[in-house]
Design a protein. Structure first.
Length: 234
């Protein structure tokens, strides 16, 4: 799948939001995989351990929290999905174009990750989740291309945020949107973008940070698909 093109961003945002609402709407009717919460909790613990060094680094702490919580974490964003779909036409007209493009990619990450998590949850063995049982379910639940795309999308969201934070007018416009966003039901999207902006402004250059994440996740991906006995070891 190619990266979202500039002209496709609004349509991509709407499409992925609808996909997320459809997936998460199943939960209200009891159709979510029963191990989904367990899988997400296990993954969140793995990520926290993998990136403990970045979390402890004052330069990267905010960006790590943003990535693990907002892009790669276990949060329930169902309320955000519904709100964003309701005010989607207004959002596309009022937010800066670069912010809409970044949001579209972030929502694509969320949609792909949600789909893969659900497949892993459906495939995983009963009982306590272990590195072995997770690895087997990971291989059954997704293709190498899908997992590579997931890493690429996360990297692209980070690079777009890094490019946006050096444009003062974009950040100024975003801050001016706080009150209208609250009135229009866009507060979740607004705070997501502001957290991302603040994290990347604080970092002062994201190349090393993003390369670290992409490098580690790609290494783990290759190990998982090759059946490595300890895929998440250093």
């Amino acid at each position: 799948m190619a990266a979202t093109r500039t002209g496709d961003a609004p349509e991509s945002l709407r499409r992925h939001l609808e996909r997320l609402r459809e997936m998460r709407g199943r939960e209200a009717h009891g159709h979510a995989p029963p191990r989904l919460v367990d899988v997400k909790a296990w993954q969140a613990g793995r990520l926290a351990q993998t990136y403990a060094d970045l979390s402890a680094n004052p330069r990267y702490a905010k960006a790590t929290a943003f990535f693990l919580g907002d892009l790669y974490g276990a949060k329930d964003f169902s309320g955000r999905d519904d709100a964003m779909l309701r005010i989607y036409p207004i959002m596309v007209r009022t937010l800066p174009r670069g912010a809409v493009e970044t949001a579209a990619l972030a929502i694509e990450v969320d949609a792909l990750s949600e789909e893969l998590d659900r497949r892993v949850a459906a495939a995983i063995d009963p009982g306590t989740i272990t590195q072995d049982s997770y690895s087997r379910a990971y291989r059954q639940a997704g293709t190498r291309a899908e997992r590579t795309r997931q890493i690429e999308l996360i990297d692209e969201v980070g690079r777009r945020l890094d490019a946006l934070v050096v444009k003062p007018m974009v950040y100024t416009t975003l801050k001016l949107m706080r009150r209208p966003a609250r009135m229009l039901g866009m507060e979740d999207l607004q705070t997501f973008l502001e957290r991302g902006f603040e994290a990347f402004r604080h970092m002062g250059g994201a190349d090393e940070f993003l390369a670290t994440i992409a490098g580690r996740e790609t290494k783990f991906l290759n190990r998982l698909f090759s059946g490595h006995p300890s895929p998440f070891s250093d």
